[in-house]
Design a protein. Structure first.
Length: 334
């Protein structure tokens, strides 16, 4: 049995920052995550992707941000149960919660904070008959190690931020990129789209609009992709195709914890980001409320207020006094 003050379900950026905020209040944390390393999506899906909206960092790689958050949390000695999914939650007679993982590991605490991002993910796959023949041999649904693809000709499909960001990234890294989108309207940030068209003018990218990848050819390894529009069919010799149509999130077992769910997210009270079950909080992308923005920095704010509320729940007899770190410094655990 692992006992702590706060069980954090999800070791992504918001979960890691929660450790720091809780540590300032002398509360200990233990994190549970199905992914075998801390960092959540930032580590698992796009560690080399630049992030631009973290205060104080004009730009920071996702993996670097995880490293900094781990460094920030380290003085407070968090515990980790990684590679195990939080499966069941039970409220004990003493008012604490018992969280059991997929491997049977049990954790007890008076407070649970769900920081599970968007839950578990499955890529949205295009409807191509022989698609499975080339998964892991040319077809990639996410970019984990971009270094191995730099300088090569590749095809990216999609019209959102992920597709545009990676198309621009690779084109600037001396790859020739074919960007394929079924419309001429992109959902990505205008700045990314402007960069893409500028790179096309420079001869580093070809943007195919009103187009789709319809056929894949190769012998064990992807060799040729067929792009079709209403007017023509184009064959491109390449061993790399990234259909970046997004990921379908699923709450998984958390959806069965008696929480109020709205559109695959957990409803919370914005006073302290507590759910309909007292003592269980939801912070970061996993929650929803009027005006919700799915941004990491918003999750940091939610974690801060949730920890203040958690302290009052754990120590109802003590008065909470906000102490600025510029005054008291950061005093870790021995």
């Amino acid at each position: 049995m692992i006992k702590t003050d706060i069980i954090i379900v999800g070791a992504g950026p918001v979960g890691l920052f929660t450790v720091f905020e809780a540590g300032l209040m002398k509360l200990r944390c233990h994190l549970i995550d199905a992914i075998p390393q801390p960092g959540g999506q930032l580590s698992e899906i796009y560690p080399k992707k630049p992030i631009y909206d973290i205060p104080g960092y004009p730009t920071v790689l996702a993996g670097e941000l995880v490293d900094k958050l781990m460094e920030q949390a380290e003085p407070f000695k968090p515990g980790f149960t990684l590679g195990e999914r939080a499966e069941e939650i039970e409220e004990l007679v003493n008012g604490n919660f018992l969280v059991t993982t997929s491997q049977g590991t049990k954790h007890e605490a008076p407070v649970v904070m769900i920081a599970g991002g968007l839950g578990s993910f499955e890529p949205r796959k295009p409807q191509i008959e022989n698609l499975s023949d080339f998964e892991n041999s040319g077809v990639h649904y996410m970019v984990k190690d971009p270094d191995q693809f730099e300088g090569k000709e590749l095809v990216i499909s999609g019209g959102g931020d992920s597709a545009l960001d990676w198309a621009v990234y690779f084109a600037e890294k001396n790859s020739f990129v074919h960007l394929v989108h079924r419309s001429d309207r992109f959902r990505a940030h205008k700045d990314s789209l402007a960069k893409a068209y500028e790179l096309e003018k420079q001869g580093k990218m070809k943007i195919h609009t009103f187009a789709e990848v319809k056929h894949l050819n190769g012998n064990g390894q992807l060799e040729t992709i067929i792009i079709e529009t209403k007017e023509e069919s184009t064959a491109i010799d390449t061993a790399l195709w990234f259909p970046l149509f997004g990921l379908s999130p699923k709450l998984g077992p958390i959806g069965k914890w008696g929480l109020q769910i709205e559109k695959n997210a957990i409803s919370v009270d914005t006073f302290d980001y507590q759910t309909n079950r007292s003592g269980i909080y939801a912070i970061g992308d996993v929650n929803t409320y009027p005006g919700k923005l799915k941004l990491i920095l918003c999750g940091f704010h939610e974690a801060t207020l949730a920890v203040q509320s958690a302290y009052k729940r754990i120590y109802p007899e003590k008065k909470v006094t906000l102490k600025y770190t510029t005054v008291q410094g950061v005093q870790g655990f021995e």
